[in-house]
Write a protein of this length. Structure first.
Length: 64
């Protein structure tokens, strides 16, 4: 596996772990931040899934 892809994979997992922890404490975070808490959570999930999906070059590995 390419080192860059491996780094993106683990970084994506870390971002999604932070999003999970944030979701567990969403009540307290919501009281402190209001609606911005949901926007931040959505942004974290999008960033984590983007990093996990491996976007950023290279075509599909399957032949046509």
């Amino acid at each position: 596996m390419n080192n860059s892809n491996s780094t993106k994979f683990w970084l994506g997992n870390a971002v999604l772990a932070v999003a999970l922890i944030m979701l567990l404490f969403m009540g307290a975070i919501w009281e402190a931040m209001g609606g911005a808490a949901m926007g931040l959570w959505i942004a974290l999930v999008i960033a984590g899934v983007y990093l996990l999906s491996g976007k950023g070059g290279g075509g599909p590995n399957m032949p046509e």
